[in-house]
Structures are given as structure tokens and as C-alpha cells.
Design a binder for this molecule. Structure first.
Ligand SMILES: Cc1cc2nc3c(=O)[nH]c(=O)nc-3n(C[C@H](O)[C@H](O)[C@H](O)COP(=O)(O)OP(=O)(O)OC[C@H]3O[C@@H](n4cnc5c(N)ncnc54)[C@H](O)[C@@H]3O)c2cc1C
Length: 438
């Protein structure tokens, strides 16, 4: 039998959960269903590296308890995946056969790690990091291969060595994997497809600073290389690159990017580009359909360019905006309980800050090279500090800061204020200039 709801939320990550809670804060009576494929209440993906590393127990990841959903009168369907969505009939079906009829729907399905065909060659040694289950597996693999026994062929005796990890990829997820294994005492090798690190964000100097950071920790890097094949021998994984290099690893940690969960959106023609297309109100092109979080592509109000969502703060704020706008009274048709009001806009400046090998890295706004964008870098060698600012028509639209956390707030403000910084370009490049004076 079909269940009827005023609001159907597909995906119980930070975007979907925040949307459901925001709806409830605005609409005390409307019924809300939250459908989540994983068997867990909301947990922090941001804290997964700490859990994978064994620094925190599973309980510390959890951000909600059953009682939170109950008291907000949100009907939670855990371990249920929406498999089909029919917007004409306002009906969604789960893999287990449940049917939901809804007035309004939010797509907040996030993403999953990109499929990587090469891993088929060594499945028992591959680690990824997106879900709690992935993090649990990283812990298991670390336990198993932290110290490896091998037979020294020259002496013919058993010896012990440190476990070896090959990290494939160079995105933020890969940086987390490098940290986890390096800090646990593994010998780490990194394989990057590009000729240098983050070439779309950094100039050569910046890329070299990252390479130096890794080398100083004894991390070996293969640039401009791809994995051609992996085979699993009894005692290790054997990796062959397209350049003919052979790498032996106990664990292959894969961080090759995020694949957005777009099947439902595709089936409803909600796509445009690479994510679910939304406007600044998180509305899709269809009435009564919103989307939020990692699955969306939105108009970045500061750079004027389309941007794929990809951070916790974006997903949280988009969930809030979507939830608020969904709960607005838009006519008799849906009969929501809350009074009419004005739609709110998503206008958060993207920022993603991580600590990598004890160095602070922040990506803010549109921090990549593009047509019509000018980049200004400054290096404060003694402090291991590197910053690169991105300007469009003299206005700052993004920055990358290595060990420049003291300026994070200032940079976000400069982007929000849309001030013309044309006359400050030389100041931005000057390592002795205090940015707070702008
Ligand atoms: C290891 C790691 C570390 C990170 N660190 C940071 C950080 O330091 N800072 C930062 O800003 N961001 C970080 N992020 C990114 C951040 O966690 C994500 O941007 C954010 O969690 C996205 O939230 P979301 O709700 O859009 O998507 P998700 O968290 O992916 O949630 C979507 C949910 O929808 C469910 N779902 C999908 N399809 C269906 C369906 N058809 N039916 C039912 N359910 C479905 C999925 O199971 C999933 O739980 C990190 C991510 C990871 C993996």
C-alpha cells in the first residue's frame, strides 16, 4: 500500500536531514518521510578519517539519535533505496517495493566513490573512504597489514616490514587517505594522473611545495601515471602503471573522485551538465521538486559560474535553504500548514579546510584557473605558507591557502563583499603585506 506524505526527502545525509528538520521548524503539521539507503542515522562524513584512523569510536561519528527523528515527527526509512521516481504521478518506489506518494520532493542523494575498474584485480586489498562501512574496512586493512611478515630471499629467514600503501588519486579524499596511512606508520606511495599536484589550483611553485612536503615525509610520488593493471599475489598487490613502473603494495587506497548519485534525476530529466541543476533557491526545473547537497550543480553567485557542490557546509546550507523554501505556502494545492513567506537564497561561499600532514589547507570559493580569471600567488617561505588568489574583473572569487588559516575568514569576507581589489593586486602578491589591511 502506498504511503502519502506532504514531503518526501530522498537521502538522509547532511543535506537531506537538515532539509527535513528545517521543514519541520517551519511546518509543524506536514508529514515528512526521510528515506536513506544506508542503515545509519545521520553521521559525520567529515569525521570519517578520524574514525578510520582509530582516533575516535563509532559513537562519536553519530550526529542524530532515533529520538531526534521521533521528536521532529520525521518518519525515517533506513536501509531503503528509492529506485524509481515518477514526477508526473508524484510517486516514488523503493527497491523493497514501498511506494510513496508525495506533494513535494527533495533529491539529496549525494554521491559515491567513482567506479575504478582496475580495482577488480585486487578486491581484497582495496580501500575507499565515503561511508562508515568503508571506514570500518580501512581499519581492518590497517590492522591486517600494519606489519607484514616476509621471507628475505638472501638470508632465507622470516623478517618483518612496515605495511605498504599505494594511494591512487590526488583529490581531498586521497589526502585524507594519505594522512590516515602515513600517521599509522605505513610506507606510502602516491600515484597521480597529472604532471604536477593540483595543477588546476596551483602554480608550479605551489605544486612543488606539496611535492616537497610529501618527499620530506618519505612519501614516494609517481606523477603523470595511471594504473594499468593490478594483480593480487599471495603476499601483496602488484600494480603496473602505464609508464611501466611496478609498485608492490599491501593496500591500494583509492581516491579517484566522486560519482554523483544522479540516476533518479536523469530519469526525470532534471540534469543539466554534470549535476542536478538547481537555481539559487535549490529549485529544479520541475515544480515541487528541489535538490541539495553533493548531487547538485548550482549557480555560484560570486564567480557567476556553475559549481558542483562538494562540501559539508554547502550541503548543510543548501539543505536549510531547500527545506525552508519547500515549506513555504505556495497555494492551496499543497495545503501546507505554515504561513506564506519569501523564498531564501543559497549564498554561502564554498570553503573546505583540512589538515594534511600537520599542514592546513583551505580551498575557498572558485579556486581554480579558468578563462577570464587572473591568479595571484604569494609565498612566505619561512612559514611554509603559500596562497593563491583568484580574481575576476578585479574581484576576488576564490583562494587556496596552505598554512594561511589566519586569513581564511578575511578571504571569505572579501569574496562576499565583492570589492574591487584591482589596486591591491601587488599587495596580494607581497609576502610582507598584512592582508587584514585590505
Ligand atoms: C572522508 C570524507 C571526508 C570529508 N571531509 C570533509 C571536510 O573536511 N570538509 C567538508 O566540507 N567536507 C568534507 N567532506 C565532504 C562532505 O562530507 C560532503 O560534501 C557531504 O557529506 C555531502 O552531503 P550530502 O547530504 O549531499 O550527501 P551524502 O552525505 O552522500 O548523503 C546522501 C545520502 O543519500 C543516500 N542515498 C543516495 N541515493 C539514495 C536513494 N536513491 N534512496 C535513498 N537514499 C539514497 C546515500 O546513502 C547517502 O547517505 C568529506 C567527505 C568524506 C567522504
Amino acid at each position: 500500500m502506498a504511503e502519502r506524505y506532504n514531503y518526501l526527502i530522498i537521502g538522509g545525509g547532511i543535506a537531506g536531514t537538515t532539509a527535513a528538520e528545517t521543514i519541520r521548524s517551519q511546518d509543524g503539521a506536514g508529514s515528512i518521510a526521510l528515506v536513506e539507503a544506508e542503515p545509519h542515522f545521520l553521521y559525520s562524513r567529515v569525521a570519517l578519517p578520524d574514525f578510520a584512523a582509530g582516533n575516535i569510536p563509532a559513537e562519536k561519528l553519530m550526529l542524530r539519535r532515533l529520538a531526534d527523528y521521533e521528536s521532529a515527527k520525521i518518519d525515517l526509512y533506513l536501509g531503503e533505496r528509492i529506485e524509481s521516481l515518477d514526477l508526473g504521478a508524484a510517486e516514488a518506489r523503493t527497491a523493497s517495493g514501498k511506494i510513496f506518494i508525495f506533494n513535494k520532493v527533495l533529491l539529496a542523494g549525494g554521491g559515491h566513490p567513482k567506479f575504478w575498474p582496475q580495482e577488480e584485480g585486487a578486491l581484497s586489498r582495496v580501500a575507499r573512504l565515503r561511508t562508515m562501512q568503508d571506514a570500518g574496512r580501512v581499519r581492518e586493512l590497517m590492522e591486517k597489514y600494519r606489519e607484514v611478515e616476509w621471507v628475505n630471499p638472501k638470508l632465507g629467514i622470516k623478517e618483518k616490514r612496515r605495511g605498504k600503501v599505494l594511494v591512487v588519486g590526488g583529490g581531498l579524499n586521497a589526502l585524507d587517505l594519505i594522512d590516515i596511512f602515513y600517521n599509522a606508520g605505513f610506507e606510502v606511495t602516491v600515484l597521480l594522473r597529472k604532471k604536477r599536484f593540483w595543477e588546476e589550483h596551483l602554480d608550479e611553485r605551489g605544486s612543488a611545495m606539496f611535492a616537497d612536503l610529501w618527499k620530506s615525509r618519505g612519501i614516494e610520488i609517481f606523477f603523470d601515471s595511471e594504473v594499468k593493471a593490478i594483480s593480487e599475489a599471495l603476499d601483496s598487490a602488484r600494480v603496473l602503471t602505464d609508464k611501466g613502473d611496478k609498485i608492490i603494495a599491501d593496500i591500494v587506497a583509492v581516491g579517484v573522485g566522486l560519482e554523483r548519485n544522479l540516476e533518479l534525476a536523469k530519469s526525470c530529466a532534471l540534469m543539466h551538465g554534470v549535476g542536478i541543476r538547481v537555481n539559487e533557491f535549490m529549485e529544479t526545473s520541475r515544480k515541487n521538486v528541489w535538490a541539495a547537497g553533493d548531487a547538485v550543480e548550482y549557480p555560484d553567485l560570486y564567480s557567476g559560474m556553475d559549481k558542483l557542490s562538494g562540501s559539508w557546509s554547502e550541503s548543510f546550507m543548501q539543505g536549510k535553504v531547500a527545506g525552508f523554501n519547500m515549506a513555504l505556502n505556495d497555494g492551496e494545492e499543497n495545503k501546507p500548514a505554515c504561513p506564506a513567506g519569501r523564498r531564501v537564497k543559497f549564498d554561502t561561499v564554498f570553503s573546505y579546510a583540512v589538515t594534511h600532514l600537520k599542514n592546513h589547507i583551505a580551498l575557498i570559493g572558485h579556486a581554480r584557473e579558468d578563462v577570464g580569471i587572473e591568479a595571484v600567488a604569494r609565498v612566505r617561505e619561512m612559514r611554509g605558507e603559500y596562497s593563491r588568489f583568484f580574481l575576476k574583473n578585479g574581484i576576488m572569487i576564490g583562494a587556496i591557502l596552505l598554512n594561511g588559516q589566519e586569513y581564511l575568514g578575511k578571504v571569505v569576507r572579501m569574496i562576499r563583499e565583492r570589492r574591487d581589489l584591482s589596486e591591491h593586486k601587488s599587495n596580494l602578491a607581497d609576502p610582507d603585506f598584512d592582508l587584514n589591511k585590505i
